[in-house]
Design a protein around this ligand. Structure first.
Ligand SMILES: [Fe+2]
Ligand SMILES: [Fe+2]
Length: 288
């Protein structure tokens, strides 16, 4: 099933909308950033609300299990890293003058900022890979099941999650067990035992889980889990090791959110470096 040009543009717009909204909620805390923030073209509140209304209603434990069943055999498509990057980039409508950054540029800005700070090569690669799971959109998944803040399912939805009021329409919030604090989990069971809402984070984690160091895998899997990495709403499900690893998630988050620069990276020039880097860690063909 091929998405129409309009559908791709819509998907791209929703992704930008979500990312802009995250940035609005968690602005960079520097003087310069505040300046820029004031000029910032905020997405219409209604679009954001509408997005979360649907997301919160439909992300149930059963939905997550069904999506994992559907996708985690990784039999949808085989692509080289660059095929995947270009495939994801088809979400951009070139004719749109308002498009500030395409998907490839966001990946490269994130990874280049990590590289510029002298971080290890696996960290740079993780930055470059982190949003590739958004290809889910091109497999026909609705935007609310691809992007947006992620959160645990199968236990009570925290009121620290953005727009918590919309969980009232989620059937799990009426469920005797799923609506209890620990739900199907036990105290401090560890995040690896917790089912997260379905989206690009969980998907890319599974695609990469045999190839990157654990720190990188945490970044991939939990980079949109704002209610924990910014609000600490789920300490009761985490173990000490998760907290250790979340220091890396926090470090990564700054590059994801605040690396937008006015000069777009030169994709052509950077490609050989990233292909070489990928060959150190990844197989030639990736399974999606
Ligand atoms: Fe992301
Ligand atoms: Fe991102």
């Amino acid at each position: 099933m091929e998405l129409s040009k309009n559908e791709k543009k819509l998907a791209h717009d929703v992704m930008e909308m979500w990312e802009d909204d995250v940035l609005k909620r968690y602005p960079e805390k520097t003087e310069k950033a505040k300046e820029e923030f004031r000029n910032y073209d905020a997405p219409a509140r209604d679009t954001v609300r509408e997005f979360y209304k649907i997301n919160h209603e439909f992300q149930t434990l059963d939905f997550v299990k069904a999506k994992k069943q559907q996708y985690l055999s990784l039999t949808k498509k085989e692509m080289t890293l660059w095929d995947a990057v270009e495939f994801l980039n088809t979400l951009v409508d070139d004719s749109d003058p308002d498009t500030d950054l395409d998907q490839t540029q966001h990946l490269l800005q994130t990874s280049e900022a990590i590289r510029a700070d002298g971080h290890p090569d696996w960290f740079v690669l993780t930055g470059f890979l982190h949003d590739l799971g958004k290809v889910l959109c091109l497999f026909g998944e609705p935007q609310w099941a691809v992007v947006g803040d992620t959160f645990p399912v199968g236990c009570k939805f925290s009121d620290k999650i953005v727009y918590p009021e919309y969980f009232s329409a989620n059937p799990d919030s009426k469920h005797e067990i799923y609506n209890s604090k620990l739900g199907i989990y036990t105290q401090n069971c560890g995040l690896d035992n917790v089912e997260m809402s379905w989206g690009h984070d969980e998907y890319i984690y599974h695609i990469m889980k045999d190839y990157l160091p654990e720190e990188g895998l945490y970044m991939l899997r939990y980079h949109s889990f704002y209610s924990q990495h910014r609000e600490n709403a789920y300490d009761h499900l985490m173990v000490k090791h998760d907290h250790e690893m979340f220091k890396w998630v926090d470090t990564f988050n700054k590059y994801d959110l605040y690396s937008k620069s006015p000069t777009p990276p030169n994709v052509k020039e950077l490609r050989p470096y990233y292909e070489d880097l990928a060959s150190k860690f990844l197989p030639d063909v990736l399974r999606f």
